[in-house]
Design a protein around this ligand. Sequence first.
Ligand SMILES: C[S@@+](CC[C@H](N)C(=O)[O-])C[C@H]1O[C@@H](n2cnc3c(N)ncnc32)[C@H](O)[C@@H]1O
Length: 258
Amino acid sequence: MGGKLPGNIFRRGAGAHRDRRNPAWQRVNVGGIAVAFPLRVRSAAPGPIRTWSPWGREYARDPARYVFGTAPSDWGREIARLVRPGDAVLDLGCGEGRDGVFFAELGATVSGLDLSADGLAKARRLARRQGVSVRWIAGCMSEALPAGPFDLIFSCGALHYVPRARRGRLFRRLAGMTRPGGHQAHVVFTDRLVYEEKGEVVDYFTAGELRQAFVEWQILRNGERMISCAQDGSVHAHSVEELVAARPVVSAPRPAET
Ligand SMILES: C[S@@+](CC[C@H](N)C(=O)[O-])C[C@H]1O[C@@H](n2cnc3c(N)ncnc32)[C@H](O)[C@@H]1O
C-alpha cells in the first residue's frame, strides 16, 4: 500500500473504465494522471483465501530504508484529530511505525502490532529517533491481541490481510477492546479495483463489508475511494474503503420511577 494514503483520490466510479482495445486492462485517472493496469476480476463465489503480505520481505530488503517512509500516512494525519494526550491507541499492522510514532508524538500511549519483526525493528528505531516510547508487539492480529481498552483502534492498509473467514471474530474482539465512546478508524483494500502488488495475496473487502462490522456504532465517516500508489515502481491505483466509527456509550438503565 502506497505511502500516500488516501492521497490523490477521486470519488467512487469517477474516471475508471475498461480499456477498449484490451478489456483485460483498466484505465483510471488518479490525481490528473491517466493510469492503465491489468484488471483482475474475481470469481463470483470465491473460496476461502490464504492471504500473504509481502511487506515483511520488503522491510528486510534494506534495513536502512523505510519502505513507507517515516512521515505519518495521510490517513494517520486525518485521524490525528481524534487523538488526545493520554489516549490509549492501538495501531494494527503498524509496519515500520510511521503512524504509531506520530500518535505517540501527540501524547498518546501507543501499542503497535505487526507480523514483521523487521518492520518492528525499524519502528523501534524511529521511535527512539523521535524520542517517544511505543509498545511494539510482534504477532498476528487474528490470533494474539493486547488487552484493551483502547480509545482508538487504528489500521492503515492491514485488515485485508486477515482472511474474511477470520474477520468477524476479529471485529468482535476489537469492539470489546474499544472503550465506550472510543473510536476505530480503518482503511482497507476493496475488490472494486484489484492491483496485486509484489505477489501479495489479499482477501479484498466487498462493498459495505467494513461498514457492516460497525452496524451498532455511530459512523462518523465512511466511503470508497481510489488511491494512487507506486510501491512496485509503476504508478497504479487501488480501491479502498475507509471508516471512522464511535462505540456507543450505553448509559445505565434508569431506576424505575415510583
Ligand atoms: C501495507 S502494510 C502497512 C503498514 C503500516 N500500517 C503503514 O501504513 O505504514 C501492511 C502491514 O500489515 C502487516 N500485517 C499483515 N497481516 C498481518 C496480521 N495478520 N497481523 C499483524 N500484522 C499484519 C504487514 O506486516 C504490514 O506491515
